[in-house]
Design a protein around this ligand. Structure first.
Ligand code: ZN
Ligand code: ZN
Length: 371
């Protein structure tokens, strides 16, 4: 990426800014490979370098910025100003938990590439998505060979994994889930599907998911992680666990944290961010645990560009208004007890609207990046 930016002459007018956090490869402080870069350990230092010429900002070691530094707020401001941001960072700390502000950053992303090493445990050829700190050195480990600091037992000798289909509403994530179901039907792997029990789209057939072919597949409607635990303990041969609309399921992050090293293959669909562009419950924490994340977009109902946002609308006494910042995170379609009817639209960021949003911590003048 840096080589092609240099070869294309992008850095001449400050249109392409590259930063790194000083804790990212500190022995090579102001360089990435043989490229000289800017060093910044506060979001303010990055914001102050962005000019009207700047179109792309790259930040290496983004996970080192602390949560209260406002790094997620700066990223949001960069995206809202029509600029592109590319960042690299560690998804998980050596204790196996999400690193710093990575969940908040993942919630804002429109694409994530999960890079993996190879597990360095003897006789293991699994991909490593975790690291272990041994005598001040980090070693790559697969989920099975990662020793959790809280000493949970690791029981089943299969390679567990988490695959995620992420994106806004109307981005055909269910179609991706359907393809996964077909995959495991062909492989004859015992699988179980869970879905949120308040999803009104499935009215009348709460215990099934209907595939495009018309075939109905059994699905368990649930609200919390404990219902998954109960069902799995009764179906001990299960290898694959699929969870539709995972952002709604209470306590799911902790359960999946345990299920991956036990050898389950887990597939989740869900919304990284809510109608308010804030993390949707624990879903972004789940994304930090993932071995693979595929992003899906809808189509903006206003301009037909890719839709990345969930636009919530409200119908009150016949008039339609956009959602308010103080509205609850979860509001299913249909009328609530106050006679407010909620509905949703797929929108791009330009056409996404939210009333009553407080002033953002960082604001950058917008550039027009459309041709
Ligand atoms: Zn391993
Ligand atoms: Zn649009």
């Amino acid at each position: 990426m840096l080589d092609s930016a240099r070869d294309s002459g992008l850095s001449r007018n400050g249109n392409f800014l590259v930063f790194k956090h000083p804790l990212d490869d500190p022995g090579n402080l102001d360089k990435i490979g043989n490229h000289r870069v800017l060093v910044a350990n506060k979001p303010n230092e990055i914001a102050s370098k962005i000019t009207s010429e700047t179109k792309t900002i790259m930040i290496a070691g983004i996970s080192h910025f602390t949560k209260d530094s406002g790094i997620a707020e700066l990223i949001d401001a960069i995206i809202r100003s029509n600029r592109q941001i590319i960042a690299t960072g560690l998804n998980l700390a050596s204790d196996g938990k999400p690193y710093g502000s990575m969940p908040e950053i993942m919630a804002l992303a429109d694409e994530i590439i999960v890079a993996k090493a190879l597990c360095n445990q003897a006789n293991c050829d699994s991909e490593a998505n975790r690291s272990l700190k041994i005598k001040n050195k980090f070693e790559p480990r697969c989920a099975y060979h990662h020793k959790y600091t809280d000493g949970r037992p690791i029981s089943i000798d299969r390679n567990g994994s988490l695959e995620i289909f992420a994106g806004p509403m109307f981005s055909s994530k269910s179609t991706s889930l359907e393809k996964a179901i077909k995959r495991y039907e062909i492989k004859q792997s015992p699988y179980i599907i869970f879905k949120w029990n308040k999803d009104k789209r499935y009215r009348g057939e709460i215990n099934t998911i209907t595939l495009h072919s018309g075939q109905r597949i059994q699905a368990y409607p649930i609200n919390s992680y404990s219902e998954i635990t109960d069902i799995l303990s009764n179906k001990k041969n299960t290898q694959v666990v699929m969870i539709d609309e995972a952002q709604f399921i209470d306590g799911l992050y902790s359960l999946i944290y345990d299920l991956i090293p036990q050898g389950y293959k887990i597939i989740c669909t869900g919304l990284p961010r809510g109608f308010n562009r804030k993390p949707f419950a624990d879903f972004p924490k789940l994304m930090c645990l993932a071995d693979d994340i595929k992003y899906k977009n809808g189509i903006c109902v206003e301009c037909h560009d890719p839709a990345t946002e969930n636009q919530r609308m409200k119908k009150i006494n016949g008039s339609v208004i956009s959602a308010h910042y103080s509205d609850p995170l979860i509001a299913v379609g249909g009328s609530d007890t106050n006679n407010v009817e909620y509905f949703y639209e797929a929108r791009c960021l330009d056409h996404w609207k939210l009333d009553g949003e407080p002033k953002l911590r960082f604001e950058l003048p917008s550039i027009n990046n459309k041709h």
